[in-house]
Design a protein around this ligand. Structure first.
Ligand SMILES: [Zn+2]
Length: 356
């Protein structure tokens, strides 16, 4: 064992000054002391004695002991096992002993050797409390944004309904009315030409023969091709469900003075509802932005030019006229597909916090 370190007698004095659950401010103060001084055993409220058997224990928080650039594995002495020798560095615990009304700053697993069951229980309860605190903090920062998030969600929902309608009509017209296999021909956004080349190939008998081979050659790529995917799901229903849940949550939490008054389940559900809704709204915005590129001047021009080429893998006519996309086998036989104006509105931005 390493050299003993000097621990003042004052550290060993019993300090039964904490009869009630210590406030977050006190825990913050302890952590600040450790962070700046590096000597948990010298914090004014610490009792440096071995905990008695059978007492209750509550873990308030965890801490690392700084070494201020010095290389060492063991830094702080532990009252449970090594009161006069350096023992731990990472994951130290701020432990409150309600029966004695004292606080001890101890090694991460130290109490376990004294009372394994008590340790497990305290550990479990601490993790639960931590989770709850995380949800509460998240909600407290996010709730002021909630009205704005709901408003954004509603705005996106209108656009999503329009985008869904357009996707459905476009796919149905192409497949059932025009029999144009556009999706099959623009997989991954690549437009190909069929290029005929002559190749010399060695036959089985060793003879060389000229052969005509048709090859695909990349002509261009387009954006927004995902809108043609027959497996694409609708955007609006999931979005609507999530906005509805936000409204319910807003009502439920609105009944509480303080978010922290909510029970565990309500708190967890509310945090998850918030996080999910944000994700779903953001995803809807991204998808609308992507899919509507199919009717952008750039994509329309590329498709139109490609479709007119003799070598294109698919020959067709496509152009945009105001709110109509005109598609057909040739220019004289096009059917209009309406582009809903809502789909092309300016997409709103989901409000977020400065540090998100
Ligand atoms: Zn210990």
């Amino acid at each position: 064992m390493s050299e003993p370190i000097e621990v003042p007698e004052s550290a060993f004095e019993n300090k039964p000054w904490f009869p009630t659950f210590p406030a977050p401010d006190l825990v913050r103060e302890i952590k600040e002391h450790i962070k700046t001084k590096g000597d948990p055993h010298l914090w004014w409220g610490h009792t440096h004695t071995t905990p008695p058997m059978g007492g209750r224990i509550v873990y308030l928080d965890e801490f690392d002991v700084p070494t201020f650039g010095v290389t060492m594995d063991r830094v702080a002495p532990c009252p449970c096992c090594t009161p006069r020798h350096r023992k731990y560095k990472s994951g130290g615990k701020i432990a409150w002993f309600p029966d004695e009304a004292v606080i001890r700053l101890i090694g991460p697993q130290c109490y376990k050797s004294l009372d394994a069951e008590g340790h497990e229980l305290a550990e479990h309860e601490f993790r639960e409390r931590q989770r709850r605190e995380k949800y509460a903090r998240y909600l407290i920062t996010q709730l002021p944004l909630l009205p704005e998030i709901v408003r954004t969600g509603d705005e996106v929902l209108e656009m999503a309904k329009a985008a869904d309608e357009f996707r459905e009509t476009l796919q149905r017209r192409l497949a059932n009315t025009l029999f144009l296999r556009l999706w099959e021909n623009v997989r991954n956004g690549v437009l190909n030409l069929i290029v005929r080349t002559r190749e010399i190939r060695a036959g089985a008998d060793g003879d060389h023969q000229m052969r005509t081979v048709d090859k695909h050659e990349r002509y261009a790529t387009i954006e927004g091709w995902e809108v043609l995917d027959p497996r694409a799901t609708k955007i609006a229903p999931t979005l609507k469900r999530n906005i509805d849940r936000l409204q319910v949550m807003r009502f439920e939490l609105g009944q509480k003075q303080d978010v922290r008054d909510a029970d565990d389940l309500t708190l967890r559900r509310a945090a998850q509802t918030m996080a999910n809704a944000r994700k779903v709204i953001a995803a809807a915005i991204d998808r609308i932005a992507l899919e509507r590129k199919i009717v952008s001047p750039m994509t329309v021009a590329t498709l139109r030019t490609w479709g007119q080429l003799d070598a294109a893998t698919l020959k067709f006519s496509l152009r945009r006229n105001g709110r109509d996309l005109l598609v057909g086998r040739d220019r004289d036989h096009c059917c209009p597909i309406r582009i809903p104006p809502e789909m092309e509105r300016t997409l709103p931005v989901l409000p977020h916090l400065a540090d998100e």
